[in-house]
Design a protein around this ligand. Structure first.
Ligand code: 26V
Length: 825
């Protein structure tokens, strides 16, 4: 991933005013890192060399706050919050760190005085894409907020050698290539060769009686891999607290090497060494399915086992009483991926520290809490008992024992209800017996949370309804948020500067203060500036699209944006049907007056998800036809943005007029892109799903375009059965659009290309109910057109969106976690 100049960020929105001394000091630091860290002289240094030198100079400043923070936590014996996540989708770090440290203007000036253009230098940073999408990006936002509001929060994850793949588009199709993000080194991390723990796999369990006559178990003959720590400092805004993200990398053990070396088998030794190091090689690039993959199972246990050893050894430095563990340690499980924590903590406490089983169970549940991020059945993790017993035999025993005791309790309270026992069991019985990780996470946690009100309600009434009856009050809602530092200050410096001029800078850490902007909706100067900023952001994106894709888009047209992973439930296809309808209307009536629109779609498909890949090809096929049809003129453009990632998001979110959040009601747990666009002044066209519902409560239904079935209606359709073919027959425009796609209008080289895709909507039963929502969606789009045609009204609504999005700061989310789950504020 190379350069590409970004034509924005001219003014530092959040900079404490840089003093002359600051700039001089930074120049000296950057020069010195160029020579002593990068090993280059100014005359031969490339922009990347300058990036590395600047990054190291900034890292030094970050580090200055890091040790005092960590020492302070020791001194005060603060309760520590451990956020365990298989994914941290961090993105680039330079600009964000500068904003949080208040050094943005100073570094820009320092680089300028060294003859370097800040944007060009910053563009050389390769982003840390250690995540798939929403779940991983949320983890990164929560880390920023924990450091900002002063929670002693530590992230634990995996340092994948290869993060999210790079998406290329070849002949309209997605092609994946591995992203070797560490190729030029990662200036933000500190390798800790001294912090290294063994992680075991395989082997068997022996049972014996100890000297006290107690039954004991021991896990023996296992293979070992080492987990080595890499630390990444996480500065909060204002630089007062700098927390730590610890990422584990797999290394082979020394014994391992020696065994082979002594046998004189050098080549074998190196081969096996590589194999044991594959554990942290690659992020699984699926955000929903990748079931039953042994390597994924091992990755999960690998980072759980290393993190638990680290957490307990830190606890033991200042405590000897295990009962204190829940007072000093909170472990947040980001989805079920780290759910093995429950069994691992039990194993360590019981087998290694000889705690009584019941005491260990109290302690485990006192520490753990679990966040659910999806209701989709295909994403709920289960592991076959067979795999489990081969890889983690002792953990399987513990799961069985926990299940036995849990079911005994249920049986006692609900005698005779065998159906209930089957439903809540940790084991799904059948030909292929499987461990249900969500059930393990629920029983092993003192709190379970959903990520938006509607999602939590559905958790309680569907997938976890039995648990809700068994432990009322355990399941709570904590609506997601995003960090305004990255998603406003860093990505939208123009808007941020206007806001700060108008209401001061308190909103950086107290986003509710945006409400003060409501006083400006009738201020013509403010409105004009607001409009001009949106237009400038749109021009930036238009330039990027022209450079990257050679497509000319009209920056005054309505920018209609849907950026997110490609999934049937997110209904990019519904968006495309609307585009086809618009196009068909223009063809049928070439003189039609139509509000000019640029529809932008971006997102990655899981490499094995054929329908999602076909949707990408369809976007490209339609855009080829529409964008090159002279009949269309400036009225319509369709653009597929390749390789949508955090950096592209930072460019696109501030340029959106219309934010597409059109998932089938009840399927999108929360969404966070919806928040990013609305707080940057986009109006949402969306369904009654995820956080859209709460955004509506905040900004007002009159300032959005909501449409479609409610989650209840969706559920009713699923029970009663839904006749998609009848719905298609009844709608002329819909059937015409489906015919165009299905019969090869956009794919004359292969007329059948989209048959399978179209079939999902008709004979396939239309599981995600696109055809049911279609007419209402098109009507909502027409409302959007009419509103956009009246710029004053549109601007007013856009400003009110910004002003009323305060709730969706991840600072609020973290404060709720701290008070309601962690007891850490
Ligand atoms: C599942 C799997 C299955 C195995 C392979 C790797 C993998 C990676 C991730 C997942 C879980 C995906 C769940 C997810 O990303 N949920 C999203 O979470 C966001 C943050 O809460 C939320 O805004 C989105 O609505 C939700 O889809």
């Amino acid at each position: 991933m190379a350069g590409g100049k970004k034509t924005m960020n001219k003014a530092g929105p959040a900079a404490a005013h840089s003093s002359h001394e600051d700039v001089e000091e930074l120049k000296t630091a950057i020069r010195s890192h160029l020579i002593y860290t990068v090993g280059k002289e100014a005359v031969s240094a490339t922009a990347r060399d300058w990036f590395l030198a600047a990054a190291h100079a900034v890292r030094d400043r970050v580090t200055q706050g890091w040790m005092p923070t960590l020492n302070g936590y020791y001194r005060e014996d603060s309760k520590r919050v451990y956020y365990l996540s298989m994914e941290f989708l961090i993105g680039r770090t330079l600009v964000n760190s500068l904003i949080n440290l208040g050094l943005y203007d100073a570094v820009r000036e320092a680089l300028a005085e060294l003859g370097q253009d800040f944007e060009e230098v910053a563009a050389w940073e390769v982003e840390a894409a250690l995540g798939n999408g929403g779940l991983g990006r949320l983890a990164a936002c929560l880390l920023d907020s924990m450091a900002t509001i002063g929670v002693a929060g530590f992230g634990y994850g995996i340092r994948y050698d290869y993060g999210m793949f790079t998406q290329h588009i070849e002949h309209g199709w997605q092609v994946e290539s591995p992203e070797n993000w560490l190729r030029y080194g990662n200036p933000w991390e500190f390798p800790r060769p001294g912090v290294i723990f063994p992680v075991r796999f395989g082997g068997r369990v022996i049972h014996f009686r100890d000297s006290r006559g107690f039954n004991c178990s021991q896990w023996v003959d296992a293979e070992e891999v080492m987990a080595m720590a890499y630390d990444v400092p996480v500065p909060g805004f204002g630089g007062k607290k700098v927390n730590n993200l610890r990422l584990w990398s797999a290394k082979s053990t020394r014994e391992f090497d020696l065994k082979y070396f002594n046998a004189g088998n050098y080549i074998e030794a190196v081969r096996d060494k590589n194999e044991s190091e594959t554990l942290s090689k690659v992020l699984y690039p699926s955000d929903m399915t990748e079931r039953g993959k042994e390597l994924r199972f091992k990755q999960e246990y690998f980072f759980v086992a290393a993190s638990i050893q680290d957490i307990l050894s830190r606890f033991r430095k200042s405590h000897s009483d295990w009962e204190k563990l829940p007072d000093k340690v909170a472990i947040q499980l980001n989805d079920t991926h780290p759910a093995m924590v429950v069994a691992e903590l039990m194993r360590v406490l019981v087998d290694e520290h000889e705690l009584a089983w019941d005491r260990a169970w109290e302690i485990t549940r006192g520490c753990c809490a679990y966040t659910n991020h999806t209701l989709l059945p295909e994403a709920l993790e289960t592991w076959s008992v067979d795999l489990f017993s081969r890889v983690l035999p002792r953990h399987l025993e513990i799961v069985y024992q926990l299940n036995h005791e849990f079911l005994q309790g249920v049986r006692y309270r609900h005698p005779g209800d065998t159906e209930l026992l089957n439903r809540v069991s940790l084991i799904a019985e059948g030909a292929d017996r499987r461990v249900r990780m969500a059930h393990l996470a629920v029983i092993g946690s003192h709190k379970v949370n959903g990520v938006a009100a509607i999602h939590t309600g559905l958790m309680k009434s569907t997938i976890f309804s039995d648990f809700e009856h068994l432990s009322p009050g355990k399941i709570i809602n904590l609506t997601n948020g995003v960090t305004p530092r990255r998603w406003m200050l860093a990505s939208n410096p123009r808007l941020s500067a206007l806001i700060t001029q108008s209401i001061g800078d308190g909103w950086y850490t107290d986003l509710d203060q945006l409400r003060k902007l409501e006083a400006f909706v009738d201020d013509p100067a403010f409105c004009a500036a607001f409009v001009e900023i949106k237009n400038a952001n749109k021009r930036d994106v238009a330039v990027m699209i022209a450079q990257r894709l050679g497509i000319e888009v009209d920056p005054t047209s309505l920018f209609d944006v849907q950026v997110k992973r490609i999934h049937e439930y997110k209904r990019q296809l519904l968006n495309l049907l609307h585009v086809v309808v618009r196009y068909a209307r223009i063809r049928a009536n070439p003189l039609l007056e139509s509000q000019p629109r640029t529809v932008i779609i971006g997102g990655k498909a899981a490499p094995g998800y054929h329908l999602a890949k076909l949707i990408i090809k369809l976007v490209n096929d339609i855009s080829e036809v529409v964008n090159n049809d002279p009949l269309v003129g400036r009225r319509l453009r369709l653009v597929f943005l390749p390789n949508y990632n955090v950096s592209t998001a930072e460019l696109v979110m501030p340029a959106a007029d219309l934010s597409e959040q059109i998932s089938t009601a009840g399927t999108e747990a929360s969404g966070t892109g919806n928040m990013k666009m609305a707080m940057n002044g986009a109006l949402t066209i969306g369904t009654w799903d995820g956080a859209n519902v709460e955004i509506c409560e905040e900004v007002g239904e009159e300032n959005m375009f909501l449409f479609g079935l409610t989650a209840q209606e969706v559920a009713r359709h699923r029970v009663d059965g839904y006749d998609a073919c009848a719905a298609v027959r009844a709608d002329k425009e819909l059937s015409a659009a489906l015919d165009m796609i299905g019969t090869g209008f956009f794919s004359p080289d292969e007329p059948d290309r989209y048959r399978a895709l179209i079939d999902t909507l008709t004979v396939g039963g239309d599981h995600y109910l696109l055809t049911a929502d279609f007419a209402q969606y098109v009507a909502a789009q027409e409302r959007a057109d009419r509103t956009f045609a009246d710029p004053e009204t549109w601007t007013r609504k856009a400003i009110l969106n910004v002003a009323r999005m305060g709730k969706f700061s991840s600072d609020r989310t973290v404060a709720e976690y701290a008070r309601q789950i962690w007891q850490a504020l």
